[in-house]
Design a protein around this ligand. Structure first.
Ligand code: TXD
Length: 319
């Protein structure tokens, strides 16, 4: 029996999620949007590609939460994206209201779903989503670290002219300028990146430029697109999380997860390595951080905490 994935938000990322899920034959798809026509139109359009692509999943568009009932996975992109010059944090006011509405909707219709939040500002929005919905903390997770890590790996592969599959790296902390690129855990064909710096294969300053470009990766695309933000890579990242849950792959993935003392942090969502399997976030993986990495991580946590304080000022129901 095919699983059911509901996509709350049928915009740029939502439509791409639906397309990727269909082509992979991962699950039946319900596209939900307050702009009903977008959900219905994209569902029908993707369905009409099935004879060509050969996939066999049902696609449906709706603006009625009843149609999303008993979803196995819910991926949320409902909200507004950045415009050039805006920070992810600038989206807090409007997207907080939207996520409250979505949280109440899914709480009623799919309380057992694994919920992946993509809406920005990600770390605070996913935390608000869990608090508003009351869904179990291990069943509510944010997508950002996989995207940020993929951007860093791509930039490294381009610079070193090595295929991306040979590069292992990841990013921790908040999905913003304070994100932490884990260079001490970065390997190229099994070789620590620091050795490539020592041997002159890549200059330290060039490596730092790639880290900075990763932090600004979203803004770079917003500048090109002018209207809207990145959506292909974010959708691929969201599908990787959904697939690890549906197929119980127990992949270790950098995601915004609830911390309850891990990394010395309590009652906040932030980007850490987690194991995603059939029970959702099955484990937060604690890796050893250098003192510098710990400082950077704590700075990133502080940025998330400060933004959550701002969220509580907007809605004092958020505890
Ligand atoms: O790494 C990450 N997490 C980020 C997240 C990567 C890229 C983009 N990031 C954020 O995802 C972005 O800043 C936005 O907050 C979301 C969605 O981005 P997208 O590019 O998909 O935005 P669109 O194309 O504007 O789509 C949003 C849809 C749109 O069709 C609205 O009609 C719909 O959301 N929407 C709603 N759907 C359901 N319910 C409500 N209340 C609602 N309000 C708007």
């Amino acid at each position: 029996m095919k699983k059911k994935i509901t996509l709350i938000g049928a915009g740029q990322i939502g439509g791409t999620l639906a397309h990727l899920i269909a082509i992979k034959g991962l699950a039946n798809v319900v596209l939900f949007d307050v702009a009903e026509g977008i959900a219905k139109g994209k569902a029908l359009d993707i369905a009409q590609s099935s004879p060509i692509e050969g996939f066999n999943v049902n696609l449906r568009g709706t603006n009625n939460y009843e149609d999303t009932k008993n979803s196995d996975v819910i991926i949320i992109t409902a909200g507004v994206p950045r415009k050039p010059g805006m920070s992810r944090d600038d989206l807090l006011g409007i997207n907080l209201k939207i996520i409250k509405e979505v949280a109440l909707g899914i709480k009623k219709t799919s309380p057992d779903a694994f919920v992946i939040c993509i809406t920005n500002p990600l770390d605070v929005i996913v935390m608000a989503l869990q608090k508003y919905s009351g869904l179990p903390k291990n069943k509510v997770v944010g997508m950002a670290g996989i995207l940020d890590s993929s951007r860093l790996i791509y930039f490294l592969s381009e610079k070193l002219n090595i295929e991306a599959s040979k590069i292992k790296s990841f990013v921790l902390g908040g999905h913003g300028d304070t994100m932490v690129a884990m260079l001490n855990h970065t390997k190229v064909d099994g070789e620590p990146i620091k050795n490539l710096v020592k041997s002159g294969k890549i200059l330290e300053e060039d490596l730092n430029k790639l880290v900075d470009r990763t932090k600004k990766g979203g803004a770079e695309i917003v500048k090109y697109l002018e209207k809207g933000s990145a959506f292909y890579a974010p959708a691929s990242a969201g599908v990787e999380m959904a697939e690890s849950f549906i197929k119980d792959l127990k992949k270790e993935l950098p995601c915004a997860a609830y911390l309850n003392g891990e990394y010395g942090v309590k009652d906040i969502y932030a980007g850490v390595p987690v194991i995603i399997g059939k029970n959702g976030v099955e484990k937060v993986v604690e890796i050893k951080l250098s003192s510098d990495e710990k400082d950077q991580f704590n700075k990133s946590i502080k940025a998330v905490q400060d933004l959550f304080e701002a969220a509580k000022k907007i809605d004092n129901n958020l505890k």
